[in-house]
Design a protein around this ligand. Sequence first.
Ligand code: BQF
Length: 291
Amino acid sequence: MSKIIDGKALSMSIKEDIKDKVSAAVSAGLRRPCLAVLIVGDNPASRSYVKGKVSAAEFVGIDSPLIELPESISNEELLAEVRRLNEDPSVDGILVQLPLPGHIDADAVLDAIAVSKDVDGFNPANVAALWLGRPCFVPCTPRGVISLIESTGVEISGKTAVVVGRSNIVGKPVAKLLLDRNATVTIAHSRTKDLASVTRQADILVAAVGCPGMISADMIKPGAVVIDVGINRTADGRLAGDVDYEGASEVAGYITPVPGGVGPMTIAMLMENTFESYSHSMVAPGLEEMS
Ligand code: BQF
């Protein structure tokens, strides 16, 4: 039986920590940190994610004005909204909830977010900085994945890591962060031949494919650390991961559940990134507007 990596508990302790830091800053006379949250349209999943983010912000003491925009908004109007927030010195972080409606140029929106407020880390300048090993905002889910692996105490350096999935939001940045920690990293994907023979090599296996239960017990090396990034909604409305949890937990050394694994850590890391942005602007106020 594997040990369960409790993402809910870890996210809670991270948020408690941020809450203390915010409270100390406010006691010292500083303004509260601020995360502006933009949502376009009324996709129910997006609504629920945004609700979770706003409530986490409230818990840690970060202001989180919710900017609800109609599905019918034009590209230009949305860009104008982002630019307004870029210029507002009381805003530390800007989050545009994805996915955006089809008629919106999502790339143009992400390009428009000021790099210094890009707490999701999706602006291409942040992505470039990540891959160059320069200071940057690390995307929230990948940062949460690393934090979960580190919480096991299992050393990453020298290990074989396999990331299944190559998205810009999860797979690719997770692979880079593992590489930074000296893992030997393979990125597998839908065209990988004999996927099971690849995943069975993994001391650390990260599943980010978006296919419920796709990673079965026979694909896992005994004792491996298994991180399940999948958030799939089943027909009966419940959440399911990419890993067959029941089977995998008989083989893995450590495993994250869904729900209660990576998801809550994504939110905690968003708070972490927002506090980081805030700290920067408190040390060097005004520099943001210049860069
Ligand atoms: C949990 C997301 C796909 C597409 C866009 C806690 C979240 C999820 C699960 C959450 C996700 C997934 C988010 C749990 C944010 C993660 O208890 O297991 C939190 O809110 N997420 C998102 O903002 O956009 C997505 C997945």
